[in-house]
Design a protein around this ligand. Structure first.
Ligand SMILES: *Cc1c(COP(=O)(O)O)cnc(C)c1O
Length: 402
């Protein structure tokens, strides 16, 4: 059999070497992945919040075949029915304006930066800068990298010159000070994902909206990780009762294929004029067709609603675990199927747990070194939760012995 680990080391640049697990995947089905040995893994990572309806969902596979037999790519100079349909549904399920599609999350951030610039040119020449949160993550291309406030990520790469104002999450005084500097826009993740699963409170998000409205500042929500039902509603902002001016989406929206973009509110939907932005591949007709099927499964088949019950059960079980083992677990954070288990003690523990659970056939993620991040498919069952909790508890307790 091929030594995939060896070939990976030889031919792929080692940007993910510290994260990579030693299993080669050959198949996915429902909530499970299978490796070359035929071993099954319960997938609580879903390729970083991408496979929201699980692996090889029958409806997704059907759409893939149907659209694959029609056409894969046509460019933006013809009408693209699967993409138009997807834009219509995304718009009608959110803030009602128009969509610009991209291939990825970072490209959605890039599009947002250009969109905000157009806002400055057309409506706010006396304003400058984008307000972002400390530790926020908005992608790794150079434009997006400037918005991303994690020093280990932006390092000393050459960054563009546009102005940003970094503030502390949940700190109202900081927010007011930033708004007083007359910025163009505020951009934030409603639940900070890569920073370690920090949900912003409804009260904070409402205050952000209030100040943005009062001062003519664009409210932009990066829902790239939180979107597509991840937090229990189609997009997380809904739960705070706010309405952003601009939504960034990606990850789960293409049903496993690359697709991202921005949605604006109607009043701003013609800020981008012909020639202002573009890309060859997006919107991929195939990704768009899958996107329509994901929305059908979430909204028409009732998966979004059903997922709330199981995610509440997961939250209860995690909270009970924290109460029983408060020496080992400092905090349980998150919303819906976006959960962070903050561990206490040895910083190696999270990595050790990830390795031990891999052995047991359960895939979990670690972020910010001490935080276990769970991003399960919305199709997760109570039985899956029970299996995870039982296995996790065993290995959590063995940390104390070792
Ligand atoms: C993943 C992510 C991005 C970047 O998306 P890519 O597709 O990896 O470029 C941006 N913002 C948030 C909140 C993300 O989670």
């Amino acid at each position: 059999m091929e030594n995939w680990a060896e070939l990976d080391r030889r031919y792929l640049m080692p940007t993910y070497a510290n994260l990579k697990l030693p299993i080669a995947i050959t198949k996915g089905e429902g909530n499970y992945l299978y490796d070359t040995e035929g071993k099954a893994y319960l997938d609580l990572f879903t390729g970083l919040a991408v496979n929201v309806v699980g692996h090889s969902h029958p409806k997704i596979v059907k759409t893939l075949k149907e659209q694959g037999e029609r056409f894969l790519h046509i460019s933006n100079i013809y009408l693209n029915p699967p993409a138009i349909r997807l834009a219509e549904r995304l718009s009608n399920s959110t803030i009602g304006g128009k969509v610009f599609f991209t291939n990825s999350g970072a490209e959605a951030s890039e599009a947002a930066i250009k969109f905000i610039h157009k806002y400055q040119q057309k409506a706010a020449r006396d304003r400058e800068g984008i307000v972002v949160l400390k530790k926020g993550f908005h992608g790794r291309t150079l434009g997006a990298l400037k918005l991303t406030r994690q020093p280990g990520v932006y390092q000393d790469f050459p960054l563009p010159s546009y102005k940003i104002i970094e503030i502390e999450p949940e700190n109202i005084a900081d927010l007011e000070e930033a708004i007083a500097k007359r910025p163009l826009a505020v951009l934030m993740e409603p639940v900070l994902g890569s920073a370690g699963i920090y949900p912003l409170s409804d009260a904070y998000l409402q205050k952000v909206q209030e100040l943005c409205k009062e001062h003519g500042v664009l409210l932009c929500m990066d829902e790239i990780q939180t979107g597509m039902g991840r937090t229990g509603t189609l997009f997380a902002y809904e739960q705070a009762g706010i309405e952003p001016d601009l939504i960034l989406f990606a990850k789960g929206v293409g049903g496993g294929l690359p697709l991202g973009g921005i949605i604006s509110k109607p009043a701003l939907s013609d800020l981008f004029a012909p020639g202002d932005h573009g890309t060859t591949f997006a919107p991929s007709p195939l990704s768009s067709a899958l996107g329509n099927t994901v929305l059908e499964i979430l909204l028409d088949d009732g998966l979004l609603e059903k997922s709330r019950e199981v995610s509440a059960y997961l939250r209860e079980e995690l909270t009970a675990l924290k109460e029983s083992y408060s020496d080992l677990i400092v905090d349980i954070r998150g919303k819906g199927f976006m959960a962070g288990i903050v561990l206490n003690g040895n910083p190696e523990n999270a990595k050790k747990l990830r390795a031990n659970l891999l052995n047991e056939g359960i895939l979990i993620d670690v972020t910010q070194k001490t935080i276990i991040r769970l991003l399960p498919p919305l199709t997760l069952t109570k039985e899956d939760v029970d299996l995870f909790i039982k296995t996790f508890k065993e290995h959590l307790l063995s940390l104390n012995e070792g």
